[in-house]
Design a protein around this ligand. Structure first.
Ligand code: MLT
Length: 239
């Protein structure tokens, strides 16, 4: 399988994604939220870039049919039901609800990749399951790491490395330079926590009180689900 990697949401151009299967990764925290919400029974996750777009979409749903979630600078947006903490997307809260989500980088990465033939959301939480499905499809794969505010982010790169390593257990792979680097970083000794101990966005989230989110998002393989983005503008679980 040919595997390429893009380092930030902003670098994901429509022409790079066409004809490819794309896996968007935003470990801290958008794709961890999407995976958690859908695993916990949410119906659809709609992704928007802007706050006004999210509010407009939310008002198109019947009362109690949807929840408005997301962040700016890591914090819940005023008037929203939920922030971007995966731990708040519990079964009790999200079951059978649609989620309208806007985040700084993760939802942008998904929107920027939407010309893909197929588009999936991956985090540590579902990385091995995602690898099995992607290896089974065995089509050229582009991994879009969301990054943080236009900058490369180590958490996404490490998860990309784990995804590539897991895929390589099922099918032969040919990696571009950046995906080779992600794979080498993952295969280096040390735990996920050790390798990310100096990651800038991780330290930022800790500094604003989201230590528990960080711990949660760094757990590999707790869900056997794979969210897929459909052209209608939302993610659902791949059947
Ligand atoms: C984002 O999409 O920028 C992130 O998920 C930010 C965050 O950690 O909330």
């Amino acid at each position: 399988m040919e595997i390429g990697l893009i380092a930030t949401a902003q670098l994901a151009k429509p022409e790079f994604c066409e004809e490819k299967t794309v896996a968007v990764i935003d470990v801290l925290r958008a794709t961890s939220v999407i995976v958690t919400a859908l695993a916990n029974g949410a119906g659809k996750v709609f992704v928007t870039e802007g706050i006004p777009e999210a509010r407009n979409l939310y008002t198109s749903f019947l009362p109690n049919a949807a929840l408005l979630g997301g962040e700016r600078a890591g914090n819940k947006i005023e008037g929203f039901d939920l922030g971007n903490s995966p731990l708040s997307y519990t079964t009790d809260v999200v079951r059978d609800k649609n989620i309208v989500l806007t985040t700084t980088n993760g939802t942008l990465a998904i929107r920027n990749s939407k010309t893909a033939k197929r588009l999936f959301a991956v985090s540590f939480l579902n990385v091995f399951y995602a690898a099995k499905i992607l290896a089974d499809a065995n089509e050229p794969l582009l991994i879009v790491c969301s990054g943080t505010n236009g900058n490369f982010s180590l958490d996404d790169a490490l998860c990309a490395g784990m995804l590539i390593d897991s895929i390589s257990r099922f099918v032969p792979i040919q990696c571009d330079d950046l995906s080779q680097m992600a794979l080498a970083f993952f295969r280096q000794g040390g735990s996920i926590q050790e390798k990310l101990s100096d990651c800038k966005h991780l330290k930022y989230l800790r500094s604003i009180g989201y230590e528990k989110d960080v711990e949660y998002c760094l757990q590999p393989n707790i869900f056997e689900v794979l969210p897929e983005y459909l052209p209608e503008g939302f993610l659902v679980l791949k059947p």
